[in-house]
Design a protein around this ligand. Sequence first.
Ligand code: F6R
Length: 252
Amino acid sequence: MMPFLDRPLHHPKIVVKDTVQQLAQHVAGIFAEAITDNPSIVLGLATGQSPVGTYQELVDWHRRRGLDFSRVTSFNLDEYVGLAADHPQSFRYFMQQQLFDPTNIDPDRTHVPDGTHDDLSEHARQYERAIERAGGIDLQLLGIGTNGHIGFNEPGSPPESRTRVISLSEQTIAANAPYFPSIHQVPRRAITMGIGTILEARQIVMIALGSNKAAAVAEAVAGPVSPSCPASCLRTHANVTVVLDHEAAAGL
Ligand code: F6R
């Protein structure tokens, strides 16, 4: 791939929706159409609040309209280090609840990094190889952190970074603390696809909801392209759609 600094810049397509449900329906529509067009599609998936409605809509597509996940392959962006698959705050657990268990996706085709692996660096390399073997990611779903992170690529992450173990920023730990009994229980490290890994997806859809994302969205879409806002690196990709509610779009 061309060195990061030499890459041409693009304008992401911006879609602003009036309600969270309309936003979820729009994003689910993009995914449902892509799965219908290519039943063996390779999806990149995100966890967190932003995609919850989208997953509900996709489950609805499966139940009511027979959307078939049986040949879909998925790779999640990230996982906390130290949380096992059955830990209620693990991203594997989240995915099982939100999308995998309620659809007919083949469990063997779902991939979430294993935060309990005893050799995380080797596991990260294996994860990259598994994505490659699957033919690369066709359609990647993203959220954005209040600090502009994508996956768990915190500000300062190299644009060419690959799947690896990272230390979470204090801002990210604080943002995720409400989901744990106390801030001290939030893992301080995670394993995440790199920015370079994400940018190799053929198509990217990023969701942002709420006023606390407005500054990060404005910086990502209209600020300088810089590792200090990892989501700004998406502007080196020619096929990115950013789907927002009015609150998240307020800085544009
Ligand atoms: C989740 C992920 C993160 C989140 C981001 C926003 O897999 O990689 O980048 O997308 O932290 O989280 P929410 O959607 O909870 O605001």
